[in-house]
Unconditional design. Structure first.
Length: 189
């Protein structure tokens, strides 16, 4: 695996001139930088995770350990002035037949949703996983989260396992999840 540094301003999608709320994308995206998470980001990551996921947010100690283990696959959207507006985290393991990865979190601040930022995070992490030789990436999603399911399906993720990927009580009683997977082909070049 590579420990490549990533830091770049987000571009303006060429296929979109205006967001649904009438604003132009340049003002919203121009301030955001997509980069690898840093240790000093941990308090802000905890704040953002709690804001978005509330009762099911990761505890601080777990975010810390995930950063320790998977830092090169922990990407953030940095708005400057110490504010993060999103993150994606992938955990990679080495099973007998090749590298395997799970998306453990995709998070976009509520006031920044529906602007393509989740897609940007997912596209970048998938490219990085592919470049690092990962054979398959998986994730879980709440069955009622239609927007996330549409995003993942548009990126090529498909249900895994019986019952169209539905796993009742996956995270405990009443916490059902869909398990989706995406096979990755090696990067060209």
């Amino acid at each position: 695996m590579t420990a490549e540094s990533l830091e770049r301003p987000l571009g303006i999608p060429s296929d979109r001139r205006e967001w649904r709320d009438g604003r132009t994308p340049s003002a919203d995206r121009a301030r955001l930088v997509l980069r690898t998470a840093r240790e000093e980001d941990l308090p802000e990551l905890l704040r953002l995770d709690r804001e978005v996921f509330q009762d099911v947010a990761y505890p601080g100690f777990l975010l810390r350990q995930m950063w320790d283990m998977y830092a090169e696959h922990f990407l953030v959207l940095d708005a400057g002035e110490g504010r993060l507006r999103g993150y994606v985290l992938a955990a990679t393991t080495t099973p007998a037949l090749g590298l395997d990865s799970w998306i453990l979190g995709l998070c976009v601040a509520r006031d920044r949703r529906r602007r393509g930022l989740g897609r940007e995070l997912m596209t970048e992490i998938i490219a990085r996983l592919r470049r690092d030789g990962v054979a398959r990436v998986r994730l879980t999603v709440e069955p009622a989260n239609r927007a996330a399911i549409r995003l993942y399906r548009s990126l090529g993720f498909r249900p895994e396992g019986p019952d169209a990927g539905l796993r009742p009580d996956y995270f405990g009683p009443g916490m059902h999840r869909l398990v989706l997977g995406l096979p990755l082909t090696p990067a060209e070049g």
